[in-house]
Ligand binder design. Structure first.
Ligand code: HAM
Length: 435
């Protein structure tokens, strides 16, 4: 059944999801529900409003925003051409689309800074492996419209508190500053000169990076380059006064909050739109980032909507990675609340009546569970036990005839017959008494 020829696209349709894209089955849903709820709670607390942007955007939005020489744009975008000739991409991340929406809808007219959060699927054509999928989900937080370092820390706080809300232990926040338009060129030159002098010792990828995107040199994971990278010049040593002051304020906030961090002078991030603060959050001992983000003051100008900067800072967390971490740390999802009433029906006429009775409970917002697929009384009572129902409402031929229903207390086995039109009220009363 396996689909083998991914490249040619000619393989027969197999009954399996595309590579790197997975189903989230009911048993895993409680973790996802918990994650979505924590995101909404944190957003609510820090006053972020929800935004949803399309999954498809014009591909040049990402080419400009994320950067043409990045892995995401060079190798990982799912791009398609519409019948009308538009070139669209499945979004590899959320920030570029949000900045597009910010301009398109004139959101700068609203009170600034504007705090937005989102949640949804992203797509990157990656080599699937642990924590790396082709379709994955992000929760993201963005603050647009302020240069103040207090918002850098607020983004980091929202991100780390979100993980804390999920009880994720051993978080490690790594942080760096990569400077601005003024100071970065000087640093880039130093880095380039340094790597140029090591050119015959570095990996092929780094040789390419050296030509097209030198900051990416610090992203290299190859053993061969580790030592060279270790001795490379660091961004923080080349920050201009304004960037140094900004970064100092961010670090002071960390101290004020007693929030531990690691200064990682090699952290540059895989997207080109960042300046100044960049950060990633891991759990101790893992090199798979749960979250990443930073400041992106030039993205507005890059997208061509303004000449001037639109100050902004944000972060995104990978939901698959969060769910995996929750499982590894034994942080179970919330138990689905169980209905306390089980509807038992014997015979066709009773089944129909039970369907109507179920709608009566719906009107009163009381959860019930049925087993329309089961016929025997015994198997239905067994199912009611398994669901740990407190009451069973039993309808047989006689009850249909008499317009009544039997209420059985599942703990004591005591049964009483009540008029059908009083069923909801009587069941409610008994549930109340059982508390
Ligand atoms: P990113 O670091 O590319 O940043 O992604 C953020 C998080 O998404 C990662 O830390 C990781 O948890 C998750 N993630 C990324 N790629 C994958 C994948 N292939 N499979 C599973 N999880 C993945 C951004 O996307 C930026 N837009 C963040 C941001 C928001 N910066 C400013 N505002």
């Amino acid at each position: 059944m396996k689909k083998k020829k991914e490249k040619s696209g000619k393989a027969k349709t197999a009954l399996q999801s595309p590579k790197g894209m997975r189903d989230i089955l009911p048993e895993e849903q409680p973790f996802w529900e918990k994650t979505r709820k924590a995101a909404a709670d944190i957003a609510d607390f820090y006053n972020f409003s929800r935004i949803d942007t399309p999954i498809l955007e014009f591909s040049d939005i990402f080419e400009k925003a994320v950067g043409e020489a990045t892995d995401i744009v060079e190798k990982q975008m799912f791009v398609l051409r519409t019948k009308g000739g538009d070139r669209l991409a499945l979004r590899p991340e959320g920030t570029a689309g949000i900045m597009r929406a910010y301009f398109e809808h004139g959101l700068s007219r609203l009170s600034q800074p504007l705090k937005l959060y989102y949640l949804g699927p992203m797509f990157r054509y990656e080599h699937p492996q642990a924590g790396r999928h082709r379709q994955f989900h992000q929760v993201g937080f963005e603050i647009i419209g302020s240069e103040d370092a207090i918002y850098d820390i607020q983004i980091i706080l929202a991100t780390t508190r979100f993980l804390e809300e999920l009880k994720i232990k051993n978080q490690v926040i790594q942080i760096n500053s990569i400077g601005c338009k003024k100071c970065r060129p000087g640093y880039r030159k130093k880095l380039q000169d340094y790597y140029q002098s090591q050119k015959n010792k570095i990996c092929d990828d780094c040789r390419r990076r050296l030509e097209i995107n030198p900051l990416r040199l610090l992203d290299c994971k190859s053993e061969k380059c580790a030592e060279i990278k270790g001795r490379a010049p660091t961004t923080v040593d080349y920050l201009c006064v304004a960037c140094r002051t900004h970064f100092k304020s961010v670090l002071e906030y960390f101290d004020d909050l007693n929030l531990p961090y690691i200064l990682n002078s090699h952290l540059v991030r895989g997207l080109d739109y960042y300046n100044r603060t960049v950060f990633e959050i891991f759990t101790d001992g893992s090199d798979i980032a749960l979250a990443g983000g930073g400041r992106y003051d030039y993205l507005g100008a890059i997208l061509g909507a303004r000449q001037k900067e639109v100050f902004a800072v944000g972060s995104a967390l990978g939901m698959e990675r969060i769910v995996e971490t929750m499982k590894a740390q034994n942080l179970g999802g919330p138990a689905k609340s169980r209905p306390k009433i089980f509807l038992v029906q014997i015979g066709e006429a009773a089944k129909k009546r039970t369907l109507l009775l179920m709608e009566e409970f719906k009107k009163s917002d009381i959860k019930v569970i049925e087993a329309f697929g089961k016929e025997s009384f015994k198997s239905q009572l067994k199912a009611a036990d398994k669901e740990r129902a407190l009451l069973s409402l039993i309808m047989g031929q006689r009850e249909v005839f008499e317009d009544s229903v039997i209420i059985r207390n599942m703990q004591t086995g005591v049964q009483e017959t009540v008029p059908l039109n009083k069923a909801v009220e009587e069941a409610k009363k008994r549930l109340k008494n059982s508390h």
